[in-house]
Design a protein around this ligand. Structure first.
Ligand SMILES: *Cc1c(COP(=O)(O)O)cnc(C)c1O
Length: 383
């Protein structure tokens, strides 16, 4: 394992809250902004992010599975927690006792809801052209004809757009039309079609709820210039070694960089094991005060080498921290130059570095252990 303590992923929860308020302002009153916090809130820390969002009015949280749902439920008793996908048949009692909202992704799920007589509100995922999970139009129609939605009333029907970050893509109106037809058969209280980038689609796409993940994290998937979102994360690495090499020396694996002068090199305690993309090497810079020291050679598993020759000696020392991501060079920028997906970048850095929260509500919260299922099963038995 890479040395976590030499690489810090810093998260600004105030910026997450500002992004939430900004998304609310972009929607009309009838549209609720729900938070999607799967994969440990995109690497930012599920409980920390959920708690901050609840404090600024967020009432609905989508999570990946039962484990994540229980973590949110432990922290927040009075919010709606929707489990994007987990076998309902395995955990009927947990859904019931913890007041979690199951998502029906298939006919099998619907059958489990009936078998266990889960009479709490449910959510139904419908497939309108993403082809991952969700009921098809025919399946929904058959359930409708059998009056299933009268006995088990869905509180929410949602579908997922594949191309919402491209407003002119023909799949958007196609999925919108299909969603319109399917959701009419279910007639729920709340309909939801958009994720983050869909906020910038025409209002007829918004319905009663949008489901936002990346925009809360500051990612500008809609590629608006300038980005209206606040950047949320910073990445810092410790300078663990300084060394001088002569002109003409090869630096690192495959000798991809050769010094053209006597060079002062800095070795940073962060590498691809911490989530830094190997492919970003030639585009990465370490900010030290007003200076930028460019990465040279290949990124290795635990270390990255930078050229410190032009950075004044008085402003750094072994043990100092340098910045690799900040407001000027964001995860979106790094994703672009390293041909990465920005969400993937956050998830990797969030689990590969030591996480720290800027507002100090969650000082140095370690990447959380996840054993809530066992606890829930045990407390369920005890009752
Ligand atoms: C991940 C996800 C979202 C959130 O997507 P973002 O683009 O990150 O906002 C919304 N809905 C579903 C079903 C998802 O899986």
């Amino acid at each position: 394992m890479a040395n976590l303590h030499d690489a810090i992923f810093e998260i600004d929860l105030e910026a997450v809250a500002s992004n939430y308020r900004l998304l609310c302002d972009l929607c009309t009153e009838r549209t609720e902004v729900a938070a999607v916090l799967k994969s440990d809130a995109y690497g930012l820390g599920l409980v920390a992010v959920a708690t901050r969002l609840e404090a600024c009015g967020c009432r609905t949280f989508f999570v990946a599975d039962i484990e994540e749902a229980l973590l949110v439920r432990r922290a927040l008793r009075h919010v709606t927690v929707i489990v994007l996908r987990d076998e309902i048949v395995n955990y009927p009692d947990i859904y019931r006792h913890e007041g979690l909202t199951p998502v029906v992704n298939s006919l099998q799920d619907m059958q489990s809801v009936k078998d266990h007589n889960l009479t709490m509100p449910i959510a139904v995922n419908v497939d309108t052209g993403f082809c991952r999970f969700g009921l098809s139009f025919e399946e929904v129609r058959n359930l409708f004809l059998c009056d299933v939605f009268r006995a088990y009333r869905p509180m929410l029907v949602f579908s997922h757009l594949g191309c919402q970050d491209e407003p002119a893509h023909p799949n958007n109106p196609l999925q919108l039309n299909r969603f319109c037809a399917i959701s009419a058969l279910i007639d729920p209280h709340t309909r939801s079609l958009c994720a983050s980038a869909g906020v910038w689609l025409p209002q007829r796409y918004h319905y009663e709820m949008i489901r936002c993940g990346s925009a809360l994290c500051g990612l500008n998937n809609a590629r608006l210039t300038p980005s209206p979102l606040n950047s949320v994360v910073r990445l810092k690495a410790r300078l663990v070694e300084i060394r001088y090499v002569e002109k003409g020396e090869a630096v690192g694996y495959a000798a991809t960089f050769r010094t053209v002068r006597r060079t002062r090199l800095g070795i940073l305690g962060i590498g691809y094991a911490n989530g830094l993309p190997w492919s970003s090497a030639s585009n990465l810079g370490a900010r030290i005060g007003e200076f930028v020291a460019n990465a040279v050679g290949r990124i290795s598993m635990e270390y990255t080498t930078v050229d410190l020759t032009d950075v004044p000696e008085q402003i750094f020392h072994v043990g100092a921290w340098v910045e690799l991501l900040n407001d000027d060079f964001t995860p979106d920028d790094l994703a672009l130059v390293s041909e990465f997906n920005a969400q993937e970048l956050l998830v990797r850095l969030g689990s590969g570095c030591l996480r720290r929260y800027q507002d100090n509500h969650f000082p140095a919260l370690a990447n959380s252990a996840r054993h809530p299922i066992d606890q829930a099963t045990q407390s369920g038995r005890g009752r």
